[in-house]
Design a protein around this ligand. Sequence first.
Ligand SMILES: [Zn+2]
Length: 150
Amino acid sequence: MSGQLHPPPDTTTALLAVPPWLTHPIFNPEPDFYAEVSMSMVHCRGCGQAIHESASSCPKCGAVQFGPAPTSASHWMALVSLVLSIFLLLGSLEAEAVDTDVLVGTYVLGLVSAGLGAVSLHLKRPGQSMAVIGITLTVLSLLIVHGNTL
Ligand SMILES: [Zn+2]
């Protein structure tokens, strides 16, 4: 029992094998292309061409892909600060008899308004002038309300 028998011709594999014509590139259009697209492809900021997400610039048009993304809505903090401060100022000018509720409300709103403005400035968000005006008006309102309570 020294020699092993040659295995019989594997007819099953032969039958199940993919016929050579099916492996022709025309039936397999760049399988790697689809794999990459589903994995990590992004669209170029400049031309919309699909490029790899790690590409720092578009190979087609050369547009830089990294850096601060265009954020259109990020000035909301400055805007809220400004709007709140205007409300505060109007309220502080109208309030003649300041009771504790008004005082607490004013300080809470003032804290939110000035805080949002300060954070917006700190993060260098758009609308810095709005944030500055918001903080200024808030401080002014707090001074007025504070003066009325004395
Ligand atoms: Zn491009």
